[in-house]
Design a protein around this ligand. Structure first.
Ligand code: KG4
Ligand code: ZN
Length: 351
């Protein structure tokens, strides 16, 4: 079965073509980083406009890359939430139009389900069940994944997502958007033990996260220890683009360590408590090398096997949506044309 996947939940317009669950024929991602970069975060209205411009060329490019025409598409899978409503509506309306024109079955996919299944695009795939950490700009959650359609939510962030914390700290340090790649790069030459930023462990039996405190801790550190008294904004003197001061590397390394310590520890603890031996990292923050290394080390110490998708499938993409669709479509067939989008509903249990 040939499935066309479409993703437009945030600031990536993406399309992919997948054959029979396992052959990716095309994978196109158009990122809007340049549009939103100067604002330090995604501007929803600009994102919708860019999706409008990009959706048709991106889908056309995916079909061309796969060497097929719309007539050969046997199912369409499109992200219906959670995400930015305006952005989601572009992808979903476009998918509905294609489905209608080509009389093709289509289905809505939960973006989190896409991330949770993205590891199955790797060469080394875990078998079900597995415990998965999804850490991205919008979410930090731990799930038990029992099969391609059953996901149990075990813990989630109570305030900021991990990626959001990276992005906000990058803003404080004037490092640009998105913050994760910039911070992790500078952290490579910093001392993670230089500054102790607090870890928010919450209640001992909780798998929830909280990352808003650490962002404030970094802001306080910068304002009180680095900036001259009385000056509360502006970090130009320490974050010079070509050569950030050594302390910036240390702040990045120490901040990163505090976030990753909690993410890795709670994920491993969940696997042990649920007696599930396979652990998966996914979502944009799973591109972080330090998170991959630390979870890998702690996992093998605990006798667990840790799997992570290649970096291009950690950040938003449509291959994961096509894959999720290839599990759903043969069974579910056609959604009605009034299928709606949603901004927030947390994926739990069956999709
Ligand atoms: O999954 P994703 O592409 O989009 C959402 O669904 O949010 O994740 C984007 C997030 C951003 O917050 C970005 O800063 C973060 O993932 N990210 C990273 C790294 N690469 C991307 N965070 C930490 N380290 C990285 N290397
Ligand atoms: Zn995502």
């Amino acid at each position: 079965m040939i499935i066309l996947g479409i993703e437009s939940s945030c600031d990536e317009t993406a399309a992919a073509v997948m054959e029979n669950n396992d052959r990716l024929l095309a994978d196109v991602v158009n990122s809007q980083i340049e549009v939103h970069g100067k604002y330090g975060g995604v501007v929803p209205e600009l994102a919708s406009r860019k999706h409008m411009e990009n959706i048709h060329p991106v889908v056309t490019e995916a079909l061309n890359q796969a060497g097929i025409t719309l007539k050969q598409v046997e199912g369409i899978a499109v992200t219906r939430g959670p995400g930015l409503i305006g952005s989601l509506l572009i992808g979903v309306s476009y998918a509905k139009a294609l489905a209608m024109v080509g009389n093709i079955p289509y289905t809505g996919i939960d973006h989190m389900a896409g991330h949770l299944l993205s590891v199955l695009l790797s060469e080394q795939k875990p078998s079900f069940p597995y415990i998965a950490l999804v850490a991205s700009g919008g979410h930090s959650s731990i799930y038990a994944v029992y099969d391609s359609r059953r996901f149990k939510l075990i813990g989630q962030t109570r305030d900021d997502a991990a990626g959001e914390a990276f992005d906000k700290v990058a803003k404080i340090l004037d490092l640009g958007y998105p913050g994760g790649p910039a911070i992790s790069k500078l952290a490579e030459n910093g001392n993670p033990e230089k500054i102790f930023f607090p870890r928010s462990w919450l209640e001992p039996d909780s798998f929830d996260f909280s990352f808003s405190g650490i962002k404030t801790a970094v802001a306080n550190y910068v304002n009180t220890r680095i900036m001259p008294a009385g000056r509360s904004t502006g970090t130009e003197s320490i974050t010079h683009r070509d050569a950030p001061a050594p302390i910036v590397h240390d702040i990045c390394a120490s901040f990163q360590e505090a976030v990753i310590d909690v993410l890795a520890e709670k994920t491993i603890k969940a696997a042990l408590q649920y007696k599930i031996n396979n652990v998966v990292l996914c979502g944009g923050v799973a591109a972080n090398r330090r998170l991959r290394k630390l979870t890998g080390e702690r996992g093998s110490e605990a006798g667990l096997e840790v799997f992570m998708p290649p970096v291009q499938y950690c950040t938003d993409n449509a291959a994961m949506i096509a894959l999720a669709g290839s599990f759903l479509l043969p069974e579910k067939g056609l959604y009605s044309y009034d299928m709606d989008v949603y901004s927030r509903v947390a994926l739990n249990e069956r999709i």
